[in-house]
Ligand binder design. Structure first.
Ligand SMILES: [Zn+2]
Length: 512
């Protein structure tokens, strides 16, 4: 230990300088790191219900589309915006319990079913009516007509603008849905090589002046593009992911919120699209990986809240990890935690010296290993020192008290009479007594478990840094440098690493 020396004037000046250097990093805190949350149900019906409950406490109207086929629903998101209604998914032949529960929770009075009696059977309609809810269908002879009928609802007095997307690809419709919904612009559908009569009729009935055509010639041919009887603008990129980002840029949709959804399955994005409109958010598509066009957008858009729609089936673990790394969000059991590590001694104060080891070097080594492990586990780590410099005890405590750290861990190694051995951890009862005791016990147990030292004791110790530190704190004495058995271990980097693992596991245990 030797932990309570008296230091002289020149050191005071030096530590003052150090304190300034060390306080600076604490001011940046975590303010620029976005939050990432996953909305993930047991199945797509629950996910759509969870997405609904994220946005709506109650809703008079609910829109329902079939969960395993997107064609009828493509034009539906702007409709959900018109009625401020969530979009739920249904099985075609029965009402899923999650869907039923959500209709009831919302205390809905009206349900609008998108699609005909084959898409969503009469039985479902009947089950909804039994909940005391009015049911209405918007169903054309085909999906083009359904989109036309929806457009009449969205813009009963006509619309200066319209959007045309392919009926083959849901991503384009969902990419533009947030913009369409917020502006009240109908979405109409086309085949790649022929413009359906229903879409032409809709453009004429709505008296559209300008049409945005979403996607390149591979999805909507030039022939179809030229047949559109209004002014046109094509918005497209090399892939659906590029088109997705093009749309966000073209309409300046950047906000502080985005919903990340998969291009592999449509249901999550469909319900998410309705929520994105309500919350003025963007929808960003990913596949089995994140394209660079997408990661560049995510890096530069400064989103504050990122919602991942769907579970592992939708967004796999690899993409989930990549999203965290692209957005600079730490991930792991200690994500969001801030920990202060205090390697004892340093500079002119070597601490104990025994068996060719110097305490200040030994504990700095262990602390830096622990720092790396803690950071890998998602924590932000503040060090009282990272090099062989002297930092006074009051300064260390002050750094902790001025930081946003949640716990303070001082790392030391012992020296006594050559026979004392093992690991011991001290706490002090002046501040945060209960938590400090818990922290000391967690560290002691896991360090002993990892390096196999003798469990010496966990007791109160009157040491400056843990007495003056206002956050929960503990002082760990890893082992006795002057005990042959302990020294044999502490000399090996393998055991110093194990000590660091012990600190990591102790911290994880403490926060559990
Ligand atoms: Zn010490």
């Amino acid at each position: 230990m030797p932990n309570t020396k008296v230091y002289f004037f020149p050191f005071f000046i030096f530590t003052l300088m150090l304190s300034l250097t060390y306080f600076a990093p604490n001011s940046y805190a975590n303010s620029n790191i976005p939050s990432i949350s996953r909305i993930d149900g047991a199945n797509l019906y629950e996910t759509s219900a969870l997405i609904s409950s994220t946005g709506w406490n109650r809703s008079e109207t609910v829109i329902i589309a079939r969960g395993d086929r997107f064609s009828d629903a493509l034009a539906g998101v702007p409709l959900s915006s018109k009625y401020d209604a969530p979009l739920l998914l249904s099985r075609s032949n029965r009402l899923d319990p999650f869907t039923r529960q959500e209709i009831q929770r919302l205390r809905a009075k009206n349900v609008i079913i998108l699609g005909g009696h084959l898409a969503i059977e009469d039985r479902v309609e009947k089950e909804i009516k039994q909940l005391g809810v009015n049911v209405e269908r918007i169903a054309g002879a085909n999906m083009f007509e359904t989109a036309q009928l929806i457009s009449e609802r969205i813009a009963p007095n006509g619309s200066e603008k319209a959007i045309i997307v392919t009926s083959d690809r849901f991503e384009d419709a969902l990419s533009i849905a947030s913009y369409a919904g917020s502006e009240g612009i109908p979405i109409l559908l086309t085949r790649r090589d022929s413009l359906p009569a229903q879409t032409v009729n809709a453009l004429s009935d709505l008296q559209v002046d300008k049409t945005y055509v979403i996607g390149g010639e591979l999805v909507i041919s030039e022939k179809v593009y030229k047949k559109i009887p209004t002014k046109t603008e094509r918005i497209h990129g090399a892939t659906l992911f590029h088109t997705n980002i093009e749309i966000i840029n073209r309409f300046n949709l950047r906000t502080d919120k985005t919903f990340v959804t998969t291009s592999n399955r449509f249901p999550d994005g469909l319900s998410g699209g309705a929520l994105a409109v309500k919350q003025g958010a963007t929808v960003v598509f990913v596949g089995n990986n994140i394209r660079s066009v997408t990661s560049n957008h995510l890096k530069n858009a400064n989103y504050k809240d990122v919602f991942i729609l769907g579970g592992e089936l939708a967004i796999n673990a690899n993409v989930f990890r990549s999203l965290h790394s692209v957005l600079g969000v730490p991930q792991g059991p200690l994500a969001g935690r801030t920990i202060m590590l205090d390697p004892g001694h340093g500079g002119s104060d070597p601490g104990a010296i025994a068996n060719g080891m110097v305490e200040k070097d030994l504990v700095l080594d262990i602390s830096k290993r622990a720092q790396k492990l803690l950071e890998d586990a998602g924590a932000k780590v503040i060090m009282t020192r990272e090099t062989d410099v002297f930092v006074s005890l009051p300064n260390r405590a002050q750094m902790a008290n001025n930081s946003d750290a949640e716990i303070f861990i001082s790392v030391h190694a012992n020296s006594f009479n050559g026979t004392a051995r093992g690991t011991e951890t001290f706490w002090h009862g002046r501040h945060e007594r209960t938590r400090s005791i818990r922290l000391a016990n967690a560290l002691q147990t896991s360090v002993v478990k990892n390096i196999g030292t003798n469990y010496r004791r966990v007791v109160e110790g009157n040491y400056h840094v843990i007495r003056e530190t206002k956050i929960p704190s503990a002082l760990l004495e890893v082992g006795f440098m002057d005990h042959a058995g302990d020294a044999a271990k502490l000399r090996q980097s393998k055991y110093r690493q194990l000590a660091a693992v012990g600190i990591l596991e102790g911290v994880i245990q403490y926060f559990k």
